[in-house]
Write a protein that binds this ligand. Structure first.
Ligand code: DAH
Length: 332
């Protein structure tokens, strides 16, 4: 084909093209190694000198012209449409983008330490449902309907159902004992919910770890030993704790456990902070799961995980734990 017709044809094609991929094909068709313009240039060598010179000049001029047209078109396409299939022209030398990295949440961090500590003392880690029945959350724990102690747990009820969001992890005591024979040692970490006003130390959701140890002779002395070992694992050997009498329907006697605040920046530095309820499992609870109270006994406790995390990591507002803010969680 004569070089001028090649040029006309190429121009027409370049003019109509919409995608980089097709433009690339056009480039190859005309200017590639075996492209039409290149072939013309190649064939010149057989021509007589005068003609060769003339045609050579002409062909080179057209080559340059087409090259410019293609570059211009490429920039045009990139400017007007840089989506999808035009992204294929990738600059492989460009530096990569680091994928964003996640961080373990302080609740997860401390939960892991709690689990390790109890596992080293022979406790198994058990999971339980966040949506509970009224029976397990209350009745099985010696808190029947109209029992005044129910007010202690402001409850989210589910509409039209006999279901609620568990107000504590204690329901797993009854669920587990119903299905397993004593002796046993378990902890149950998990999320709980209370229908309460929020402030720096209360949120509608929080985490607890339930603990339960049942055997023939499990006593308060065992409880103190286990809890002291656990708290020292978390807070170090200098930890100071104390037991105060308390009241829970599912334990008798019942206690509250405080620890001395040593974190320099804590506003309660040097004061006692309540972190846990506990006691000897009430005979009515043992009966409700079919254990013989004269034969089996043991202790139970419920620790506030948020409290432990806040103390250990010096966090002064519980709501930060549920903010979902990476700037917060990347600090721990
Ligand atoms: N479930 C109680 C609460 O959320 C805490 C608690 C107290 C758990 C005494 C226990 C216990 O297992 O024995 O307030």
């Amino acid at each position: 084909m004569d070089i001028n017709s090649i040029k006309q044809e190429a121009k027409k094609e370049i003019d109509q093209v919409k995608r980089l991929k097709e433009l690339e094909q056009i480039f190859r068709k005309y200017l590639g190694k075996k492209g039409e313009v290149s072939l013309v240039l190649h064939s010149l060598k057989d021509l007589p000198e005068k003609e060769r010179k003339e045609k050579g000049l002409m062909a080179n001029k057209i080559k340059k012209e087409l090259n410019e047209l293609i570059t211009k078109k490429k920039n045009e396409i990139l400017l007007t449409d840089n989506k999808s299939d035009n992204q294929e022209w990738i600059d492989v030398t460009a530096p990569g983008i680091l994928p964003p990295q996640g961080y373990a949440h302080p609740i997860s961090l401390i939960q892991q330490q709690i689990e390790e500590s109890f596992q080293s003392m022979g406790f198994s880690v058990i999971d339980g449902p966040e949506v509970e029945t009224e029976y397990y959350n209350f009745d099985a724990l010696n808190i029947p309907k109209n029992h005044p102690a129910r007010d202690q747990w402001d409850t989210f009820w589910l509409k039209n159902l006999d279901l609620l969001l568990r107000t504590h992890t204690s329901p797993m005591q009854a669920r587990y004992m119903e299905k397993n024979n004593p002796p046993l040692r378990i902890i149950v970490p998990g999320r709980c919910f209370r229908h309460e006003a929020t402030d720096a130390s209360h949120d509608v959701q929080f985490y607890q770890v339930e603990g339960l140890m049942i055997g023939k002779n499990v006593s308060m002395a065992n409880f103190k030993g286990v809890i002291k070992a656990f708290l020292k694992d978390i807070f170090g050997p200098k930890l100071k704790m104390r037991l105060r009498p308390g009241y829970f329907p599912f334990t008798e006697p019942s206690f509250e456990i405080d620890i001395m605040v040593r974190q320099a920046h804590h506003k309660k530095l040097g004061q006692w902070l309540e972190i846990m309820g506990a006691g000897m499992v009430h005979p009515n609870v043992l009966k409700s799961v079919g254990y013989l109270p004269g034969e089996w006994q043991g202790f139970a406790f419920g620790v506030g995980i948020d409290r432990l995390a806040m103390l250990k990591y010096e966090i002064d507002d519980i709501r930060l734990l549920y903010s979902g803010d990476m700037r917060f969680s990347k600090q721990f």
